[in-house]
Design a protein around this ligand. Sequence first.
Ligand code: MN
Length: 714
Amino acid sequence: MIRQFELVERVKAYDPAVDEDALNRAYVFSMKAHGSQTRASGDPYFSHPLEVAGILTRYRLDGASIVTALLHDTLEDTKVSFDDLKQSFGEEVAQLVDGVTKLSQLELQSDKAKQAENFRKLVLAMSRDIRVLLVKLADRLHNMRTLSHIRSADKKRRIARETMDIYAPLAERIGMNDIKDELQDLAFQELNPDARDSVLKRLGFLREKGGESLIGRILDELEEILAEGGVKAVMSGREKAPYSIWGKMQHRQVGFEALSDIMAFRAVVETVADCYQALGVIHSHYPLIPGRFKDYISTPKQNGYRSLHTGVVGPEGQRIEVQIRTTEMHDIAERGVAAHWQYKEGLQHPTDGRQYRWLQELLDILESAAGPEEFLEHTKLEMFHDQVFCFSPKGDVYALPQGATPIDFAYAVHSEVGDHCVGAKVNGRMVPLRVALQNGDQVEILTSKKQTPSPEWEQVVVTGKARSRIRRFVHREQQKQYVSLGRDILEKSAQKAKRELTEAMLRKVTEALHCDRLEDLYARVGDGQITAREVIDKVYPESKRLIPSLNLGRRARPKSKAGDHAVPIRGLIPGMAMHLAKCCYPLPGDRIVGIVTTGKGVTIHTIDCDTLANFSDSPERWLDVAWDVGDGQDGKLVSRLLAVLINEPGSLGDLASVIAKHEGNISNLKFTNRTVDFFDMMVDVEVRDAKHLATIVAALRAAPAVVSVSRARH
Ligand code: MN
């Protein structure tokens, strides 16, 4: 526990004019008020407000905030009244403590408040004086640090969830990044310890791969280069927090690979001019990775963050990110609002006009910011942010849309290269053809005369050129197959109907059936546009009524499984059969849509299922539906994952154990493609809902054997 004089000394160190007497009185007042109360850990209750005050001294907050921290639980948990506080510590402190208390009460009611965003706004609105929020954040931070002492698992989870959904984003909004990082990491540890472990393991693996001193060597070289360039800089290298790495892995298709995914190198310099000079020095020494440069000095983030970010192929060929900022900017990046206060306002009374106006502006920005778009705002100025620039081995640059794959690249080089593409090396390493290219990648396409475009490719390309070329080829191939299938169907149907059906007879009815050539007729029978019966009826018009319904040339529809009906979905037509589509395997939590098929009922697809494109011309068949399950979905549903693994012993075992560890059950497993380096597979997994599956996907991405994994969409 911090002792009384220690606390006072800490505050005096940054604010010599602080009201020492008020601090001393608050210390004693709070200790007496909490008396013999204890925390879940068994510690005296008073240790908590004292720690909260201690946290706030790190942010060099004013005396009133520290006094408030000491008293913050007295209104709620002791017999002390608002008037008592007002009498002993004045109106300002009493109001602050009252504000913190109101926030805590809000928290109790919010248990069911699902709309975290609205709640966050409410919290901000209630903390008219930003110091209320700062005390509340420190309070939450200390409660999270001591979370393990709480016995009820439910309560622990609830607190952690709330921290993740509400307090960490709030800390970020007001720019207090180190509090945000710590809150997120503590909550992550409680909510998903397995995921956190797998990130830490992966970090260890990457660290080992680079060699113990790699980071040190990079730092040394950067320091040297900057010194030669005449810039005085303090360099540091920092690993990103496990939770932010995990977040990235959940949103991106690939696991983390490069050092730049996990490390941030930082140069802290003296002046703004130094920042740009340092940037110049770094760019003149190392090739820069296009699209990675961000100037948050000329365009600060809305939470006040300022810095230059750039990505280069740095020392030892490592792709690294470097952040360049002044000491003041650095301080603001770490301490956010609290630092602003000091730089902008000095340590004068924070309720004066200027302070208040600034706070009001901040609240206005937060009020008007409409969710994630706000974050996109920062990248708006970045030119070409929807494009990636890749290089051929000769150094030619190709601009491709975001999400482009090596196949797109191959077709961009030349149609022939695309058609015969069998593999690709990105930055010297073999990669699967479906991997999305990143800015600055060097791509080498391997070809073979024997290779032809695969229908699968159409799903992995994003450029029009590649798509149309693949489609044309596939269409031609399909036509060939339909022709032979149609010929087959007609032959068998004729046998069944005991009729003769020669080519000459068919030629005679070709025109009547609106076909140009006989080939055409075969093809249209093959793909089901014309039934065999229609053809036979045309050849033998007199027999029309004698032939029983043949239902030829179409595949029999499989009956929907009885089990599917147990899945609760809102918006269905009563009495109509329903089943879940076997292309996208929808799960509770997914956004879904129903497609009505006469005689078959309703098929439920996920909203992003590729199959839906087939129904875009028939809006009358679309049915608005939604899941009707709460959080406690008992049954398990099957969903399908497409994974690419490294072809080496143990890969498959790794995959299976990760899935098992996260309580998924593999119900089917199939290799779809196998090469020397990789194999593609299809894995059916039984899960509770979409969230459960997302967790498994993210955990798989962390596994070293897994190159990529995604949900089936077609
Ligand atoms: Mn508290």
